[in-house]
Design a binder for this molecule. Structure first.
Ligand code: KMT
Ligand code: NI
Length: 182
């Protein structure tokens, strides 16, 4: 995992979401900065991940899981549409918990304080938890493939609420801001 401030100027010049869009030199973001916005991270052995993921899942009540394969082959006809949806800035009323099994990609999260994008490059062994109510988006990188374990507590509430005035006052958004500001 590598987290850094997203370079908006680079993105404006070349709006290819799959490029890194880092500053040069890059501007790293620490785990503490992520944590303040409610984003949690664990590094797990990509070879022997099952016992550790089972333990973390048990400790946090992540009872259910499935696998998502974000590739042209994995998503078929839905590939282009899904990629587009993933990259729309949105929030969920549930945590977004992803363990990277193979491949790589970028999760972008809005830092609460500045509303600036933090880009998180994830690789196998990375376990990332985005809190309910955080604005975020996802894209593949130039390798065009990621396979991830999705963990969830109960019934998954996968509805993506795109950023809008209405979404800004969604109760889960309001709660997220209150909790993060504590
Ligand atoms: C989401 O909700 O944005 C996603 O599930 C992204 C794909 S998971 C690698
Ligand atoms: Ni999402």
């Amino acid at each position: 995992m590598k987290a850094y401030w997203f370079n908006e100027e680079s993105f404006a010049q070349n709006p290819d979401q799959k490029l890194a869009h880092a500053y040069s030199p890059d501007r790293p973001v620490t785990l503490e900065t992520l944590r303040i916005s409610g984003v949690l991270y664990w590094s797990v052995s990509p070879q022997n991940w099952e016992p550790e993921i089972d333990r973390i899942a048990a400790e946090n009540g992540y009872k259910n899981r499935d696998v998502i394969n974000v590739t042209k082959e994995g998503l078929g006809d839905l590939y282009e549409a899904k990629l587009k949806i993933f990259f729309e800035e949105h929030l969920h009323e549930d945590e977004e918990i992803r363990f990277i099994l193979s491949g790589s990609g970028f999760f972008d999260v809005r830092e609460l304080k500045s509303d600036a994008w933090i880009r998180i490059h994830v690789i196998p062994g990375d376990l990332l938890v985005l809190p309910a109510g955080i604005y975020h988006r996802f894209t593949l990188d130039e390798f065009n493939a990621v396979k991830a374990l999705r963990l969830f507590k109960d019934e998954p509430r996968w509805i993506a609420y795109n950023r809008s005035g209405d979404t800004d006052i969604n109760p889960f958004r309001v709660k997220y801001i209150q909790e993060a500001n504590r």
